[in-house]
Structures are given as structure tokens and as C-alpha cells.
Ligand binder design. Sequence first.
Ligand SMILES: [Zn+2]
Length: 220
Amino acid sequence: MDPVEKDLRERLAKVGRQIWAEKLTHGASGNISARIPGTNKCIIKPSGYSFGDLEPHHFIVVDIETRKVLEGKEKPSIETPFHTRLYKQWPEAGGVVHVHPQYCTILSILEEEIIPMGIEIFEAPALAKGIPVSKFAPPGTDELADNLVESMKDHVAALMPHHGLTTIGKTIEEAAVNAKMAEFLAKLHYEVMLVGKPRPLRADLKKTLIDRAKQRGLLV
Ligand SMILES: [Zn+2]
């Protein structure tokens, strides 16, 4: 196997297990993928596997243009349409994470966009642009892919109503950091709502964070 693909498969399995350990998803829900650099292919989680059980050989290689399975016997994730569409929309994106974490899901049901607040956001500064809510569509549909891709034109994370969260990054690890921080911000937003009204970051702090993301070479 090509060493680049081998390395990516190992990284995907490791990130999957970390996401599982952080309780960002449960059961067989959620999916992750990584683009094979310099190709029109991505490696994606198979359908029906829990993040906690992922091994490098489980992943499926899919053509980003045609969505055809190029390698692997399992069925690729039902959300393959939005993974491939996000890679097409963001040529620099190298990883996609989709999960159903508790607080993101609560806010997605309320169709309440996550307002970035607090200082921990420095760990994932590209999220300072905000985390919008896409329009509703059923899981696994092209309509869901259309709606999600539209809401992520200028954002590296978005909520999907009654469903969950999707993030991207230049690498799969960066997409996972964005997912972990988005859930942290969703919990903070939820807790602020218990006692008052969320207040957005000051405009100068937001600019500092976005500049920081660019300086660090993050997807923003
Ligand atoms: Zn989902």
C-alpha cells in the first residue's frame, strides 16, 4: 500500500478512537474522512462501525468526483455525499468530521447557531467566524449535502438541525480539534442561556482570532 495512504488510515483510526473517548459520538453514528493529498480521492469510515472500533483497514477509498468506491469491501458512510462536496468546495480541506455530540445536538434542535464565547476558543481560532445552522434535510440525502455545503461556504463548522455537527480542517486532526471545541462552545452557549443571553466576542477579539488562525496556517 502507498505509504501516504497507510499513514492516513492509521491517523483516521486514531482520531476516531479519540473522538469516541471524548464522547463526541455514540453507537455507530458519525463519520470521518481524509483527502489523499494530491489526488481526487478520500478515505472514509465504513457504515455501521463505531468510532471506538475503527482499525486502519476498515476505511474505504472513494473518488471525490464520482463517489465510486475504489478500495474496500464495506459500504462507505451514508454521508459520503457531503464529505466529497466539502472537499470540492474547500480545495485546501484535508479532513472532515461529522458527529452528534450532546450540546451541539441540543442547539441544533433549537436551530440556535453557536455563538463563540470565552477564551478557550484560542485552541480552535477559526471557529471565531461562528458556527451557523444549515437548513434541515434528512440524513444521507443530496439535499442535506446541498444545505450543509451552502452553510459552510465561509465557515469551518456548522450544525445540522435535529442532527449534529460537521467540521473541516486542513488535516483530519485539525477537523477533530474544531469538533471538540465546537462541542465545548455549544455547552458554554447552553449554560449561558440558563442565566442570560449569549454575548458574541468583541469585534477586535474576533479579528485577532481569525488572524491567529491564518498565522497558524489553519483552514479559515
Ligand atoms: Zn449524522
